[in-house]
Design a protein around this ligand. Structure first.
Ligand SMILES: Nc1ncnc2c1ncn2[C@@H]1O[C@H](COP(=O)(O)OP(=O)(O)O)[C@@H](O)[C@H]1O
Ligand SMILES: [Mg+2]
Length: 432
């Protein structure tokens, strides 16, 4: 089955699209052949509207309804284009994450989560069944609905048992550095997995860089500003003092906590004047140190980094340095690309995987600790909603998935550019 995954993260930078051909064997091995990926920039006006609707803004229900429609239409247009761009027209199912607009967390529990981008609009454009709303079933089962990626990490990066020789021990930490950063800690293939949001990835950095450059830059490309600055230890300590970092996993967070005013609020009493490259260097260090702290003392031998933050060499260097002081053994930091999933497309491939699992009646979360799921949920649930609801497109799977094997093909069958501008707006008279 060929599934197109569509996603947009908390950075609201682009709609990521990736298509994968998935086949589940009788051996419980799900073979995934990446077909290609691309991304479509959000149209500027819609992106600004989405950002304006994120916390700490208060938006009215009319705006929410309109955004649900407009985002759904844009995802639909992107999906329709991507079916040709990355899959040669050959897609059976579209798995659409939507745009998170609010992730409702109270204390240690997620209470709800809202992704906009109405699936009826997506289905109208892509003319394929659409699975959407992946997170809420897990929240309803007592989980955080995040990070969902731990199921991919568990199936993909888990070690096969190596026997008594002791070779291949230790844990792999799969780290996605999007707006928010999350990790999955993976050991042997059948071991329970833990996954949680470590805190800010790029979100505070992006806000600081946009403010420093009057909106000229949306992010610190290749860590250039951070490299010119010096970390302010007092400011760093004040930022790290947030109780979120000390709270136990599983836990999830979002822009509700790490919002556009967060840095200024936390630094108001200690370093109100901190600005320029020093602020960028300090926020880069915050991401690196908060990730390394989350892994401190654990037998992590390998970090597999993905997300846009994996393109920031200063951030990865700071992470290597922070890890070296905190984990007991030498720990490699590599990118997911080195193992077959491009850093920009891992999340979109995740949704392709989740779409496949849901379409076959299989749960979309990995087994976690204490008889819970990796997301903290009490039980394994099939994620998402199918649009239209009938006919049911595929028979249920005959057994569970034990392992994910990436087909060993050269990546990126997509011949066009990896990054594409916004799609033409049909209401502005451009017909396609
Ligand atoms: N070359 C780069 N250098 C530094 N940061 C980058 C680079 N490319 C992307 N990023 C960061 O990655 C972010 C997008 O990452 P992404 O994984 O798409 O996050 P999300 O899942 O939240 O949308 C950008 O906002 C930017 O902060
Ligand atoms: Mg993104």
């Amino acid at each position: 089955m060929i599934v197109l995954g569509l996603s947009s993260g908390t950075s609201v930078d682009a709609i990521d699209a990736a298509a994968a051909d998935l086949t589940l064997g009788d051996d419980g091995v799900l073979r995934m052949r990446p077909r290609g990926h691309t991304e479509y920039a959000w149209p500027r006006a819609l992106r600004e509207r989405i950002l304006k609707a994120l916390p700490p803004a208060a938006v009215d229900v009319a705006e929410v309804a309109q955004l649900d429609t407009l985002i759904g239409q844009e995802l639909g247009r992107a999906g329709r284009r991507a079916i040709d761009d990355v899959a040669g027209g050959d897609v059976d199912l579209v798995a659409s994450h939507g745009q998170t607009i609010y992730h409702w967390v109270v204390g240690a529990r997620a209470r709800g989560t809202l992704q906009l981008g109405n699936a009826a609009w997506v289905a109208e454009h892509v003319k394929r069944p659409v699975i959407s709303d992946f997170r809420v079933a897990d929240v309803a089962a007592g989980g955080h609905g995040a990070p969902l990626v731990s199921v991919l990490d568990a199936l993909w990066l888990g070690r096969e048992d190596t026997g008594a020789d002791g070779a291949g021990t230790g844990l792999t930490a799969a780290l996605n550095i999007g707006g928010i950063a999350n990790v999955s800690l993976v050991g042997r293939v059948d071991d329970p997995v833990t996954g949680w949001d470590t805190g800010p990835g790029n979100c505070l950095l992006d806000v600081a860089v946009a403010a420093l450059t009057d909106g000229r830059l949306a992010y610190d490309r290749d860590g250039e500003l951070a490299a010119q600055g010096t970390v302010d230890p007092v400011a760093l300590a004040a930022l790290l003092d947030d109780p979120y970092f000390a709270a136990p996993a599983p836990k999830s967070t979002g822009r509700e906590l790490f919002d556009t005013t967060y840095t200024a609020r936390r630094l108001a009493s200690v370093r109100p004047g901190l600005t320029g490259p020093d602020l960028v260097a300090t926020l880069t260090e915050l991401t690196a140190v908060s990730v390394a702290d989350a892994l401190a003392g654990r037998d992590v031998r390998r970090v597999v980094a993905s997300g846009g933050g994996a393109r920031n060499p200063v951030l990865l260097d700071r992470l290597r340095a922070a890890l070296a002081e905190r984990v007991p053994h030498a720990c490699d930091v590599v990118t997911s690309e080195a193992l077959g999933l491009p850093v920009d497309a891992k999340e979109a491939y995740l949704f392709a995987l989740l779409g496949f699992l849901s379409a076959h009646g299989l749960p979309g979360t990995a087994a976690g600790e204490h008889r819970r799921r990796a997301t903290g949920a009490r039980r394994a649930v099939v994620l998402g909603s199918l649009t239209p609801p009938t006919p049911l497109p595929w028979p249920a799977a005959s057994g569970p998935v034990r392992r994910l094997a990436l087909a060993n093909t050269p990546h990126g069958l997509h011949p066009g550019p990896r990054t594409q501008g916004p799609l033409p707006d049909p209401t502005k008279g451009t017909s396609r």
